[in-house]
Design a protein around this ligand. Structure first.
Ligand code: UGA
Length: 426
C-alpha cells in the first residue's frame, strides 16, 4: 500500500520506518526541513534503538520524506502522528493536528478516489470525529474516511513495541476504513502473534488513555504501598515480586520509587482528568494517582533531610533522564529533586550518561559532571533518580564523597560498608 505519515516525531518516524519494513511504500511528511533531510539520508532524527538500521535499509527505497503535502493524494492512506501537547489547564492542545488536518484536506481535495485517514495521535474521545474530521472536510468535502489507531510505543523500545505489539487497536465506523487498517497491518499480523482489537473510534481514543492511566495507577499504587512498607520496615520489592506473581496483576510497572515522568503519562493522565471534569465527572482516583506521584520526590528530599542538612553542601543527582535508555528529561523526577535541593541551598551537580545536554537547557546554572564518580567527588549526599545500570556498579566511587549519604529513588545502588543508604520505599 502507499502510505503517507504526517509528523516525524518518535511515533511518526517509528511508524513510517516500521511500515516501510512491512513492505509498504511510505512517505513521511514533516514541516521541519532538517528532519526531512535526516530521514532521506537514512539517519534517525531521534534516538531510538533499531531505527537507524530501518532507515538505512529503506530510505531512498520504499521510504522517502518531504515537506510537500502534494504527495498525499498519490497515497492510499494517511497516518496522522502529530503531537498533542498539554495546555496550561491540562487539556490537549489540538492546534498542531488541526492545522495538519487542514493541509491534508487541501491536499486531497479533488482526489478522484476516497482517501483513508488514520489518526495515531493521542486525542480525547470525540476529537477524531468532532475536531479533526471537520477540518479535513472544510477543505476536501466528505469524500474521505477516518479511523483511529492509537500507539503504545515506549520511548527507548518504540521499534520493538511496533514490531511485536501486545495488541493493535483499530477504531473505525465503516467497513472500508476497517478493511484499510487491516490491510496496513496484515503483513505484521502474518509475522507475529498479536491481538487485533476492532472497535469504534471513540473506544480506540479512550483505550489509549485508559492504558496509560492504568499503568500510571499501577505505579502510584505500588508507590503508596511502598511508602507504607517503609514505615513498617517491609521490603516493598519483595512484596511487589510476590504480588506480581498473581496473573491478574503481573509484575510489570510495580517498581516503586520516585515516580513516573516522561512526555506521556503526566500529559495523558492530566488530559483524562481534565476531560472527565469537562463532562461533569469527578475523577478522584486519577487525582490521587497524580498526587502520589508528586509526593514521591518530596519524600525523597525529606529522607535526605533526616540525615543531613545540605545547605551550602554539594549534592550529586545521579540520573537526569525520566527513565533509563533515553535522553528525554520531560517531566523527569530529577526536576523536582533539583528544585528541592536548590531551595535547601545545596550546590547541585547532575550526572547522566546521555541526558545532560537536555537537562542543561532546563537548569543551565547547575554543575554537570562527566561521570558518576566525578559527581560524587566531595558530595555530602547523592540522590539516585534514574535506574541506569551503571549506578548498580558504583563502588569505590562512593569513597570520593565527603559524607556517604545515598538516597536511592530507584532501588539500583548496591549497598556497601560505610554507605549510609536510604531506599525510598523499602
Ligand atoms: C508510555 C507507555 O508505556 C507506552 O505504552 C505509551 O505508548 C507511551 O507512554 C505513550 O503514551 O506514548 P514511556 O513514557 O516511553 O511509555 O515510558 P514507560 O516505560 O512507560 O515509563 C514511564 C515512567 O514510569 C518512567 O518515568 C518510569 O521510570 C516509570 N516507571 C515505570 C516506574 O516508576 N515504575 C515502573 O515499574 C515502571
Amino acid at each position: 500500500m502507499k502510505i503517507s505519515v504526517l509528523g516525524s516525531g518518535y511515533v511518526g518516524t517509528t511508524a513510517a520506518a516500521c511500515l516501510a519494513e512491512l513492505g509498504h511504500e511510505v512517505t513521511a511528511i514533516d514541516i521541519d526541513e532538517e528532519v526531512v533531510a535526516s530521514l532521506n539520508a537514512g539517519e534517525a532524527p531521534i534516538h531510538e534503538p533499531g531505527l537507524d538500521e530501518l532507515l538505512t535499509a529503506h530510505a531512498g527505497g520504499n521510504l522517502t520524506a518531504t515537506i510537500d503535502y502534494g504527495v498525499v493524494p498519490e497515497t492510499d492512506v494517511t497516518f496522522m502522528a502529530l503531537a498533542t501537547p498539554s495546555k496550561p489547564d491540562g487539556s490537549i492542545e489540538t492546534s498542531i493536528i488541526e492545522s495538519a488536518a487542514t493541509s491534508l484536506g487541501e491536499a486531497i481535495a479533488g482526489k478522484p478516489s476516497t482517501h483513508q485517514v488514520v489518526v495515531k495521535s493521542t486525542v480525547v474521545p470525540g476529537t477524531t470525529e468532532n475536531v479533526i474530521a471537520p477540518r479535513i472536510a472544510d477543505a476536501a468535502g466528505e469524500d474521505f474516511e477516518i479511523s483511529m489507531n492509537p500507539e503504545f510505543l515506549r520511548e527507548g523500545s518504540a521499534v520493538m513495541d511496533f514490531q511485536e505489539p501486545d495488541k493493535i487497536v483499530l477504531g473505525a465506523e465503516t467497513d472500508r476504513a476497517r478493511e484499510t487498517m487491516r490491510a496496513v497491518y496484515e503483513p505484521l499480523v502474518a509475522r507475529v502473534a498479536t491481538n487485533v482489537v476492532e472497535t469504534g473510534i471513540r473506544e480506540a481514543e479512550m483505550i489509549k488513555y485508559a492504558n496509560n492511566a492504568v499503568l500510571a495507577a499501577k505505579i502510584s499504587t505500588m508507590n503508596e504501598i511502598g511508602n507504607i512498607c517503609k514505615e513498617y520496615g517491609v521490603d516493598a520489592y519483595e512484596v511487589a515480586d510476590a504480588v506480581g506473581l498473581d496473573s491478574r496483576i503481573g509484575r510489570a510497572f510495580l517498581d516503586s520509587g520516585v515516580g513516573w515522568g516522561g512526555s506521556c503519562f503526566p500529559k495523558d493522565v492530566t488530559a483524562l482528568i481534565t476531560a472527565a471534569r469537562e463532562v461533569g465527572y469527578d475523577p478522584s482516583l486519577l487525582d490521587a494517582v497524580v498526587e502520589v506521584n508528586e509526593k514521591q520526590p518530596r519524600r525523597m528530599l525529606e529522607l535526605l533531610d533526616e540525615h543531613t542538612d545540605v545547605g551550602d553542601e554539594r549534592v550529586a543527582v545521579l540520573g537526569l533522564a525520566f527513565k533509563p535508555g533515553t535522553d528525554d528529561v520531560r517531566e523527569s523526577r530529577a526536576i523536582p529533586i533539583i528544585e528541592g535541593l536548590r531551595e535547601r541551598g545545596a550546590s547541585v551537580v547532575g550526572y547522566d550518561p546521555v541526558a545532560t545536554g537536555n537537562m542543561r537547557k532546563r537548569f543551565p546554572d547547575i554543575e554537570y559532571a562527566g561521570s558518576a564518580g566525578e559527581a560524587l567527588d566531595g558530595a555530602a549526599a547523592a540522590m539516585v533518580v534514574t535506574e541506569w545500570d551503571e549506578f548498580a556498579a558504583l563502588d569505590d566511587e562512593f569513597d570520593r564523597m565527603a559524607d556517604p549519604v545515598v538516597v536511592d529513588g530507584r532501588r539500583i545502588v548496591s549497598r556497601r560498608d560505610g554507605l549510609v543508604y536510604e531506599g525510598l520505599t523499602w
